[in-house]
Design a protein around this ligand. Structure first.
Ligand code: HDE
Length: 700
């Protein structure tokens, strides 16, 4: 928000001169009328039809009945998983033709943009749950290509909890709120989840990811995305290779710290949805590169795991990512329900040039999405809903059904026919989708391949590839979650698994729980875990891009705050392409040293420092006496420090830092003149001060 301007008129200011003063918003000449769903103009939308002004409402009132009945049916079943989602429109543009690996049309022409719709989600919570529980994030992209819709329905973690789709209802039932009591909402920290996990060694790799900082992202704009399964790319000549999909945000990835996640969940349950919406609104369009790891058929045997196993990843250090193009999200939805809620993604929506693998988890997904959408969206015609409809022409002989919105013409709805008109759609043997002809043989059996049996090596790989603070966070998360599990045997079984992953981790978690390691259950691994080469690319902190781009600074000002300093800070953040929000004790604004009343974005009570990546405090001596006694102000600073943020402060604000118990360090910077501002910005670019963490928290 701009400084040095009068605060905007409050929204309760005088009504627009076009509207009469009473509550009725009667249309003026030229304005459209409210009508019923049949188009009948409505004369009064505020009062129902009664027998006498104080008398009973009449059944005859079809306008009242239509309005209320429609309202009664406004909700549809929420998604059984990924119910809470945020969407955006945008486009994808390839860097160069990828014809050497795939014939997919949308990956060929660098001049051609393909429209996309993206939905990010949490997994466990309901549609109205908070944005920042510890959870996996869904990352679904619908590409409206000229060859039909292609859906890449991924997550922000590259592996999954289970190896076979038949276990999906179990893992989801275990993580969702417990059926008898209806809680906890959107949380894995409860007995049924850890009961299932402790009996499912294949989930250990994913557990390392789910307990890592990846599960509490700073912003949806900063999450990585993964296709998880192995897919195929197929060239026009029919040459097939395996691929793993990756999305990389161009502004880098970052997470919040757990204590922040807890506080944000209360202060702004829509933290991620709002952040995405506001960034797009201010023109700070989120971007991701799409890349693939390409695995030649001949390389498959060289890998030390089975490519069909969705609990495994290929370190980038072994097979690098080839970037194919960029996605930009540049338009917010017009309507949350019509688009974000009704969008239907499905892993079986593919285009020529892309194919599936025999990953048993993927094969189960190919069934589930259409099936769930048939009931969620009320019948077989949901592909006609605008957000789901292909942008290319589509036509076949499927007919009728609930919610048919089209009027198919002609008497023939079958094939073959000698009476159908020449313009009727026909098969397309040349450009139509063809399944890769793969030879498949085998006995019918219900069995897991032995090549899927190594459950610990990659869990260990992930843990040992983390930086020290990230390892501490994993241990803290495990201790937090297991402390919520009242069944001691479950904790002891989990400690047993942790021992197979890393003995140091096992010890730290046991200590944090205050439980003797001697009671940990010994879990005999099916395959002895191996020490793999570390993969530094798995660490978020390790590849922190050191930028303020796309980040948000909070500047707390009081009456009498130095106007020049404020302007200098705002200009400096703008140069860094960071957003800035102002906070003052009261929402009416603050009068800075030059006598200008500056409008602010938040009152102190509604703008806690957890909303920001870095903060500055500009106070006057006069304001300081009151502020240092104000719990909200003290907590604002204490939290910023505790959450390891870089803090800039004017000399007059120093007493507040003292009261908040801030021990000055390299991340607390006195804003004296241009030099001070420069030092503050340079330091803030580096992100959180991880070296501060051990001085503040031993665990948690
Ligand atoms: Fe899903 N998943 N899933 N899933 N999934 C759904 O489909 C399912 C899995 C993912 O924004 C549902 O339309 C099964 C892995 C995302 O609308 C449902 C299995 C990955 C979304 C379903 C999996 C995902 C869903 C619920 C195990 C990462 C949200 C509503 C075999 C690659 C899509 C719906 C959106 C949604 C089934 C496992 C990602 C029930 C059976 C692995 C991002 O059909």
């Amino acid at each position: 928000m701009a400084s040095k301007k009068s605060p905007p008129a409050p929204s309760s200011a005088a009504p627009s001169p076009k509207l009469p003063a009473e509550t009725h918003q009667t249309a003026v000449e030229g304005q459209p009328h409210l009508t019923t769903n049949q188009g009948l103009p409505i004369s009064d939308n505020q009062n129902s039809l009664k027998a006498g002004v104080r008398g009973p409402v009449l059944l005859e009132d079809f306008i009242l009945r239509e309005k209320i009945t429609h309202f009664d049916h406004e909700r549809i079943p929420e998604r059984i998983v990924h119910a809470r989602g945020s969407g955006a429109h945008g486009f994808f543009q390839p860097y160069e033709p990828a014809a050497d690996i795939t014939e997919a049309g949308f990956l060929q022409d660098p001049k051609k943009k393909t429209e996309v719709f993206v939905r990010f989600s949490t997994v466990a919570g309901g549609a109205g749950s908070v944005d920042l529980p510890r959870d996996v994030r869904g990352f679904s992209v619908k590409f409206y290509t000229e060859q039909g819709n292609y859906d890449l329905v991924g997550n922000n973690m590259p592996v999954f909890f289970i190896q076979d789709a038949i276990k999906f209802p179990d893992v989801i039932h275990a993580v969702k709120m417990e059926p008898d009591r209806g809680f906890p909402q959107a949380a894995s920290a409860h007995a049924t989840f850890w009961d299932f996990i402790s009996l499912t060694p294949e989930s250990m790799h994913m557990i390392m990811w789910a307990m890592s900082d990846r599960a509490i992202p700073r912003s949806l704009r900063m999450i990585e995305g993964f296709g998880v399964h192995t897919f195929r790319f197929i060239t026009a000549e029919g040459v097939s290779r395996f691929v793993k999909f990756h999305w990389r945000p161009t502004i880098g990835s970052a997470a919040v710290v757990w204590d922040e996640a807890v506080k944000i969940s209360g202060a702004d349950p829509d933290f991620h949805r709002r952040d995405l919406w506001e960034a797009i609104n201010r023109g700070d369009f989120p971007e991701w590169e799409l890349g693939v790891q390409v695995i030649e058929e001949s390389q498959v045997a060289e890998l030390d795991f089975d490519l069909l196993d969705p609990t495994k990843l290929i370190p980038e250090e072994i097979i690098p990512i080839r970037m194919l193009g960029k996605m930009v999200l540049n338009r917010n939805p017009d309507n949350h329900f019509a688009e974000t809620e009704q969008v239907a993604f499905c892993p079986s929506h593919i285009v020529p040039g892309i194919g599936f693998s025999d990953d048993p988890l993927l094969q189960g997904r190919l069934l589930s999405y259409l099936d769930t959408q048939l009931s969620r969206l009320g019948g077989p015609n949901f592909h006609q809903i605008p957000v789901n409809a292909p942008r290319c022409p589509f036509s076949n002989n499927q007919r009728d059904g609930l919610r048919q919105m089209q009027v198919p013409k002609g008497r023939v709805a079958y094939e073959p026919s000698q009476i159908s008109p020449p313009e009727a759609p026909r098969e397309c043997p040349v450009h139509g989708f063809r399944t890769l002809p793969e030879a498949e043989t085998g006995e019918k059996l219900r069995k897991r391949s032995e090549t899927f049996a190594d459950h610990y090596s990659q869990a260990r790989l992930f843990y040992r590839s983390m930086t020290e603070p990230e390892q501490t966070h994993i241990a803290s998360a495990l201790a937090f979650e297991l402390a919520k599990v009242e069944v001691i045997d479950i904790r002891n079984r989990m400690l047993g698994h942790l021992g197979n992953i890393d003995e140091g981790l096992q010890q730290t978690v046991a200590d944090a729980l205050g439980m003797p390691l001697a009671n940990a259950m010994a879990i005999q691994p099916a395959v002895a875990p191996r020490d793999l080469d570390r993969s530094p690319s798995l660490s978020l902190i390790g590849k922190d891009p050191h930028t303020l781009k796309g980040r948000k600074a909070g500047i707390f000002i009081t009456d009498g705050a130095d106007a020049e300093l404020l302007a200098a800070l705002q200009a400096a953040f703008k140069k860094e392409k960071a957003a800035v929000e102002l906070i003052a004790p009261k929402i009416g604004g603050a009068t800075t040293s030059d006598g200008v009343l500056v409008a602010v974005d938040h009152a102190l009570s509604g703008g806690p420092s957890v909303f920001f990546d870095t903060v500055a405090i500009l106070a006057s001596e006069d304001a300081m006496a009151d502020l240092a006694r104000e719990a909200a102000a003290v907590n604002w600073v204490r939290d910023a420090f505790g959450h390891l943020k870089v803090i800039g402060y004017s000399l007059e604000a120093a007493p507040l830092l003292d009261v908040a118990g801030v021990e000055p360090d390299e991340g607390t910077i006195l804003l004296e003149g241009a030099k001070g501002v420069k030092a503050f910005i340079n330091t803030a670019r580096g992100g959180r001060r991880w070296e501060r963490e051990p001085t503040l928290r031993s665990i948690g």
